[in-house]
Design a binder for this molecule. Structure first.
Ligand code: FAD
Length: 323
C-alpha cells in the first residue's frame, strides 16, 4: 500500500539538523512507492531543498518567511498545518526535538489523529508500519502499529541512519505562501541567548563526554571539555552536576533533560541513577569512569574504569591526541 509521507525539516541557525535527514530515511522505509515530501521553513529554506532531495525527498515544500527563522509555537503550528492540509499525508515525521515535541502533538490533537513519540525504529512488516519506542525510562521497548488514519511520529535523533546522499536525485520544489495575522502570534523572539558553547549539538553528537557530581566544580569540567574537543564530541552532564551549579542545565542528560544516543558516551563521576540512565542508556558504547567500583553506572557500561577521573580523563586525552 503506497503512502504519502511528510517530513518537517528541523532547521537551526539556517542549517538542516541531521535528524531531518534521518526522518527522510524513515519516510523512505514506509512510503512503498508513495511520495515523500519535505517541508522546510525560514528565510533560507529554498537553499536547503537540494540537500533534502539528495537524501530522499521527492517533493519539497518551501515556506520562505523570516517569521519562521526562530521556532515559535504559533507560527510553526500555522505553517505546518497549512502544509499538512495541502499535502494530505498518511504519515508525518518530525524529529523528537524541541520543535517536533511541541508542534506535532499540537496539530495531531487539533486534527484528532494519533501520535507515536520518541520512536527509535520504524520498520515495514507485512505491509504495516511498526514503530518502536522506549517505555519505563528506557528499560523496555514497545512496538506499535497504527491500523488506520493519519499518524504523526517523532523520531529520536541518531537512531535511524540517514541515507547516503544521491546528487542525481531531484525533487519538485513548491513554494507555499503563509502569512500570519499579527494577533495570532502570541510570542515574538527578540533575542537568542546561547548558553552552551558553539560547536557540536549535544542531542545529535556522535561522542559525548559527560560529567557528574564527581567533577566537583565548574573548573572540573575543563578536562572533560578537552577530551570532548580532541574526540570531536560534546560535553554533557548529570542533573547532580547541574544542580550543584557546575554547569548549565542545557547540558543535562536524563529523564528531565536531553535524551541522547551517541556512538560513544563517556560518563565521568556519574553514579548512574535511573533518571540519568533514562537519557543515555541507549548509547551504542558506554564507558564509565568512577572511583566507586559498586557504582550503578557500571551495570550499563560496556567498558568500566575504576579510578579518579582527574587522572584518567587527561590520560585519555593525551592518548587520543596521538591517534
Ligand atoms: P552522585 O549520585 O552524587 O554521583 C557522583 C559519582 O561520582 C559517585 O558515583 C562517585 O563515586 C563519583 N566520583 C566522585 N568523585 C570522583 C572522582 N574524582 N573520580 C571518579 N568518580 C568520582 N538526574 C540526571 O542526571 N538527569 C535527569 O534528567 C534527572 N531527572 C530527575 C528527575 C527526578 C524526578 C528526580 C527525582 C531525579 C532526577 N535526577 C536526574 C537526579 C538523579 O536521581 C540523581 O540524583 C543524579 O543523576 C545524580 O547525579 P550524579 O550521578 O552526578 O551524582
Amino acid at each position: 500500500m503506497s503512502r504519502n509521507v511528510l517530513v518537517l525539516a528541523d532547521v537551526r541557525d539556517g542549517a538542516l539538523r541531521n535528524v531531518s535527514l534521518e526522518c527522510l530515511a524513515a519516510a523512505g522505509r514506509v512510503a512503498e512507492g508513495g511520495k515523500v515530501t519535505a517541508a522546510v521553513f525560514g528565510s533560507k529554506a529554498k537553499s536547503l531543498a537540494v540537500t533534502l532531495a539528495h537524501h530522499g525527498a521527492d517533493e519539497v515544500i518551501v515556506v520562505e518567511n523570516d517569521q519562521l527563522d526562530q521556532y515559535t509555537t504559533d507560527a510553526y503550528f500555522q505553517a505546518f498545518k497549512q502544509v499538512i492540509d495541502t499535502v494530505g499525508p498518511d504519515v508525518i515525521f518530525t524529529g523528537h526535538t524541541a520543535v517536533g515535541r511541541d508542534v506535532s502533538p499540537r496539530i495531531a490533537a487539533r486534527l484528532g489523529v494519533g501520535l507515536i513519540s520518541d520512536c527509535t525504529d520504524v520498520q515495514l512488516t507485512d505491509g504495516r508500519i511498526v514503530f518502536t519506542r522506549p517505555i519505563y525510562a528506557g528499560k523496555a521497548f514497545v512496538k506499535k502499529v497504527v491500523k488506520s488514519g493519519m499518524v504523526f511520529a517523532t523520531l529520536r535523533p541518531n537512531n535511524i541512519p540517514a541515507r547516503e546522499p544521491d546528487p542525481s536525485r531531484k525533487a519538485e520544489v513548491k513554494e507555499l505562501d503563509v502569512t500570519f495575522a499579527p494577533e495570532t502570534l502570541r510570542t515574538i523572539v527578540k533575542e537568542v541567548v546561547k548558553k552552551t558553547a558553539e560547536g557540536v549539538d549535544l542531542s545529535e553528537a556522535r561522542i559525548i563526554v559527560s560529567g557528574g557530581r564527581g567533577v566537583k566544580s565548574a573548573d572540573g569540567f575543563k578536562p572533560l571539555q578537552e577530551l570532548a574537543d580532541v574526540l570531536g564530541g560534546a560535553v554533557g552532564a548529570s542533573r547532580g552536576a547541574c544542580d550543584a551549579g557546575y554547569c548549565d542545565y542545557a547540558l543535562q542528560i536524563g529523564q528531565t533533560g536531553k535524551v541522547v544516543t551517541p556512538d560513544l558516551y563517556i560518563a565521568c563521576g556519574i553514579s548512574g541513577a535511573i533518571q540519568h540512565l533514562a537519557g543515555m542508556s541507549n548509547s551504542k558504547v558506554i564507558v564509565a569512569i568512577n572511583k566507586d567500583p559498586e557504582a550503578n553506572i557500571f551495570n550499563v557500561a560496556d567498558y568500566g574504569i575504576v579510578g579518579d577521573l582527574f587522572e584518567v580523563v587527561p590520560m585519555l586525552t593525551e592518548e587520543f591526541k596521538k591517534v
